[in-house]
Design a protein around this ligand. Structure first.
Ligand SMILES: Nc1ncnc2c1ncn2[C@@H]1O[C@H](COP(=O)(O)OP(=O)(O)OP(=O)(O)O)[C@@H](O)[C@H]1O
Ligand SMILES: [Mg+2]
Length: 243
């Protein structure tokens, strides 16, 4: 399988503190990867390094074979990388569909004018349909429920037409039924060709979703294997799952 993302020996320090230590990860086109680890183990930091929110100190990040370590985050977005944020922060006073016009204008189309506004709106509608939020397209983003906010965050990410989607706890704080709905949406997105890395603490969801599970602990990858392998790995159990 062709490689989509390669994280090569990446180290990230915050002043004296090493948040990521020689992290290497290879993600193939079409894969579904679960990324787990205790609080503070470096999961969000790794997403920030992949998406370009943070600059890495050493190592390299390759996307579709190209070294993108020095690219700004908006350039990575244009290249096909999208991520969701652990805490969604939509433009609350804007409608759901207008929230999507922002990435559509800045990442996909450039300035939207009267000539193409209709087609861009229908594209936004399609993203909302894919995350099962189309019926709320005219609601104020500030009026959405938790699960709807998570869906809007996903719609925002996929509206940029990504090849890779990295989700930072897209299910946190949701009820079981809602977790299962978000999981279904992510599986559907993956089946349309989007490679997904899912950071998640809800282990049942991680197990159902992942073809491979990677575990971080104190900034290091301590296991990268098939779900059963990672879950039964003694070091993972000690660091994260408990016995
Ligand atoms: N901007 C920053 N400046 C200083 N330290 C930071 C910064 N961002 C993260 N850290 C530290 O790096 C470590 C890893 O944090 P990170 O947010 O990546 O953890 P996480 O695995 O995502 O945790 P959680 O499961 O709680 O979301 C933590 O000790 C955190 O305090
Ligand atoms: Mg985090």
């Amino acid at each position: 399988m062709a490689s989509l993302l390669q994280v090569e020996d990446v180290t990230k320090r915050f002043f004296g503190f090493t948040a990521l230590s020689n992290v290497s990860l290879d993600v193939a086109v079409g894969e579904r990867i679960g990324l787990i680890g205790p609080n503070g183990s470096g999961k969000t930091t790794l997403i920030n390094c992949i998406s370009g929110v943070l600059k890495i100190d050493t190592g390299a990040i390759l996307f579709q074979g190209e070294n993108i370590s020095a690219l700004a985050s908006h350039r990575r977005a244009k290249a096909g990388m999208a991520r969701t944020f652990q805490i969604p922060m939509p433009f609350r006073s804007m409608s759901v569909v207008d929230n999507l016009m922002v990435p559509l204008e800045y990442i996909v189309h450039g300035l939207i004018d009267m000539a193409n506004v209709e087609s861009v709106y229908s594209e936004a509608h399609e993203s909302l349909r894919r995350v099962r939020l189309a019926d709320r397209m005219n609601a104020r983003a500030g009026d959405l429920s938790q699960v709807e906010l998570r869906k809007l965050e996903l719609a925002r990410a996929i509206s940029a037409r990504p090849k890779l989607l990295v989700c930072d706890e897209a299910m946190a704080g949701l009820a079981a039924k809602e977790v299962s709905e978000i999981l279904d949406i992510l599986l559907e997105l993956n089946s349309t060709g989007i490679t997904i890395i899912m950071v998640e603490h809800i282990m049942q969801a991680v197990m159902r979703f992942s073809q491979r599970i990677v575990c971080l602990s104190a900034g290091r990858i301590i296991c990268d294997g098939l779900p059963e392998e990672t879950m039964s790995n003694p070091e993972v159990r000690r660091a994260y799952l408990g016995n």
